[in-house]
Design a protein around this ligand. Structure first.
Ligand code: SAM
Length: 258
């Protein structure tokens, strides 16, 4: 099997691409480390908490929580390449990395104090199944924390290409949709916070990084998809879509029954 195998996600492969790293920077989600810390606080992390990070990417979030809250953790991700990067970048005997699929987590029931998932749930082909898996592996009374894109209006056709996939909005649900998903799975004490300003900032950051990417492409150091060069003005469309409230970013937290 290749590193990626049959990727069960709209864009797991996209997150392995150099161009995605260049455009998104190190953390792969809006709000950077500050919003990662906020998610950890919403899940009531504390010293010794055992955290599962679902779709852990290159491991930055687990490292942030370990530093901020003294938690231990396991990162699970489908991408062998991202897991390799996590092992290399974040060597720690408190953090472990495991290859797995969000819809069939390779862990026993009632294992973790908290299950967190940043900017990835909307990319999973079976969102309800993934949330049910999160509930299963949480210990009774444990907390789930999810941050993700929220979609309150149809995605403009212009954004359905590469930028739409980098921003990962196609599979997103409305705020109400996520809340209903959590309640439907059996979670209680479900809460949410709006962080759409972080998404607006991310669009501005992508704009800045695209300039750098073009310079690298001109120097022959980066293979920049021509689709990106052709569609630069789409960032303006993306900004307008965020400003109009059509797409946003939100944090959800909930508890497994005791
Ligand atoms: C937007 S990145 C987010 C990474 C990390 N959570 C962060 O915020 O920095 C999405 C990640 O989800 C992973 N992924 C996508 N679909 C997955 C699935 N079905 N199961 C496990 N991981 C998946 C990708 O490999 C990628 O690392």
């Amino acid at each position: 099997m290749s590193d990626r195998g049959a990727i069960p996600s709209c864009c797991a492969g996209l997150y392995e691409l150099e161009i995605t790293r260049v455009l998104l920077g190190p953390s792969l989600h809006p709000g950077g480390a500050a919003l990662t810390r906020r998610l950890g606080a919403a899940a009531l992390l504390h010293p010794g908490s055992l955290v599962l990070d679902v779709a852990s990417g290159r491991g930055c979030s687990l490292a942030v929580w370990a530093e901020q809250f003294g938690s231990r953790g396991v990162g699970v991700d489908y991408s062998a390449q991202n897991l390799r990067a996590a092992r290399e970048l974040i060597p720690s005997d408190r953090l472990h990395w495991s290859r797995g699929e969000a819809g069939a987590l390779p862990f026993a029931a009632d294992t973790f104090d908290a299950v967190l998932c940043e900017c990835a749930l909307c990319t999973f082909p079976d969102m309800n199944g993934a949330v049910t898996e999160m509930l299963r592996v949480l210990r009774p009374g444990g907390r789930v924390g999810i941050s993700d894109m929220v979609l309150e209006a149809p995605v403009p056709e212009a954004l359905q290409g590469l930028f739409g996939r980098v921003l990962c909005i196609a599979g997103a649900r409305s705020r109400r949709g996520y809340l209903e998903t959590l309640v439907g799975a059996g979670f209680e004490a479900v809460r949410h916070e709006d962080h759409s300003s972080a998404l607006l900032q991310m669009v501005a950051d992508i704009e800045g990084r695209l300039g750098t990417a073009r310079t690298l492409a001109e120097a022959g150091e980066l293979d920049l998809p021509s689709e990106l060069l052709d569609d630069v003005e789409l960032l303006g469309t993306a900004r307008d879509f965020v400003r109009s409230g059509g797409v946003g970013y939100a944090l959800f937290s909930a508890r497994k029954q005791r």
